[in-house]
Write a protein that binds this ligand. Structure first.
Ligand code: GLY
Length: 423
């Protein structure tokens, strides 16, 4: 089977690395890919949202499966584009149509979905500029801290947690006035949930689902979870506090009701669902849904999957996921992300990355890398490379990730040396 993976980050390199191990694979492509995917796939210089070009390439090459990594093409309707064109509808698209991707694309929509299907989550109300006065009154009725969430996609920056009521009112006005563009034309004021976060992932065909290993990621730039939010500075799987009983509770109260809810709402969903969860007083609540895998969670979740992922995705694409089975590795996988100095604010690309050949006992998943004109591997993004180690326990896996993060060299490299500190 010929497969095309859409995207260019660490998540996509990890998926490519796993799919490349499948006996079912005949040729692998990545669009646009990075310097890491170039080793195992043919990189194609097509944008993830240029659907006509992607479709033409897929038809020319006889590609049978399109695995969609990031959210933007999903929210823009890549799966609908393929389903609605007879010449393309044979292509198995792993990623939901627009209606399913709205679970990530609109926080208001996803909150209404959770309420409709009785899925535990923080209470919230949505406001626009027209209803801002009621928004102020609603804020006055809440206890601090105040959570303001942009309805739309805001590149991971659309959630503000604010201690003072006056500041919260000011921020509500700024957000509604376009602080995050269209994404914050509607804003949710949400109940603050105090607990510890984890991420749970499933592959679904809209009716059946397979749960992947859970993970915990570290979003803040600074040690001790301080400073600005990033896309993710590291991750760990499994999550020690997510024992069997807790995972069963998640399945019963969140995962199954979500899949059943999709079916009840007539949403045809093939792909990954990422449940951003929080454990409060021993109970799981949904913070958010994403219509894709997490990054860098993928870099620890997928390496723990023993089974053939392509076989499982192929069954999902045929709506026969009930026939699939999955096995996981025991022990821990950890990843530490090396990022460009300055990230998540301004940073420079094009720094040569060296010592990659010196890495031992880890798998290096490229996140923001490309080739220079001279053929050197250079930085091409804030998050540059994720170093995944494995071990029988978290400490031994982390020791490998940290050693590799020290070894890799590029100008102004930074990584967090405290991933896992709270576990
Ligand atoms: N690591 C969080 C995300 O992928 O959204």
């Amino acid at each position: 089977m010929k497969v095309l993976i859409l995207g260019s980050g660490g998540r996509e390199h990890t998926l490519a690395w796993k799919i490349a191990q499948s006996n079912k694979l005949t040729k692998l492509y990545a669009a646009p890919g990075n310097a890491g995917t170039a080793d195992i796939a043919q990189n194609i210089n097509i944008s993830v949202t240029d659907f006509p070009k992607l479709a033409q390439f897929i038809l020319n090459e006889g590609i049978e499966m399109l695995i969609v990594g990031p959210e933007a093409p999903l929210v823009e309707g890549v799966a609908d584009y393929f389903a609605n064109d007879k010449s393309l509808s044979h292509v198995k698209v792993i990623g939901p149509k627009k209606a399913g991707a709205l679970l990530e694309g609109s926080k208001d929509y996803s909150k209404k979905f959770m309420v409709r299907h009785n899925i535990p989550a923080g209470a919230s109300k949505t406001f626009t500029l027209e209803t801002i006065e009621s928004g102020y009154v609603f804020l006055e009725m809440q206890k601090p801290p105040y959570v303001l969430k942009a309805d739309g996609l805001a590149a991971g920056k659309g959630v503000l947690i604010i201690d003072s009521l006056e500041e919260a009112k000011k921020s509500l006005k700024e957000m509604l006035s376009g602080q995050f563009g269209e994404a914050s034309k509607s804003v949710l004021v949400e109940q603050f949930l105090d607990g510890i976060e984890l991420s749970v992932f499933v592959i679904t065909d809209g009716k059946n689902y397979i749960t992947l290993p859970e993970a915990k990621d570290y979003k803040r730039i600074g040690e001790g979870d301080t400073g600005l939010n990033t896309g993710g500075m590291g991750a760990i799987s499994p999550v020690p506090f997510a024992d069997k009983a807790f995972m069963e509770e998640i399945d019963k109260t969140i995962v199954k009701p979500t899949i059943d809810g999709l079916a009840k709402d007539g949403i045809d969903y093939v792909g990954f669902i990422f449940f951003g969860l929080i454990k409060v007083d021993g109970k799981p609540y949904v913070i958010e849904y994403n219509a894709r895998m997490g990054d860098p969670e993928t870099e620890v979740v997928i390496p723990r999957v023993k089974s053939d992922l392509l076989e499982i995705l192929d069954l999902a694409g045929q709506r026969k996921l009930d026939q699939a089975s999955i096995e996981f590795e025991e022990g821990y996988a950890t990843t530490v992300m090396c990022v460009s100095g300055g990230y998540p604010e301004a940073y420079q690309n094009g720094k040569e990355i060296t010592e990659l050949d010196k890495l031992k006992d880890v798998t290096a998943f490229h996140a923001g890398t490309t080739f220079s004109e001279l053929g050197e591997v250079v930085t091409n993004g804030g998050r540059v490379i994720a170093l995944t180690g494995k071990g029988p326990d978290m400490k031994s896996a982390l020791a490998k990730s940290f050693k590799a993060a020290e070894t890799v060299k590029f100008d102004k490299k930074y990584f967090r040396s405290d991933i896992g500190f709270d576990l």
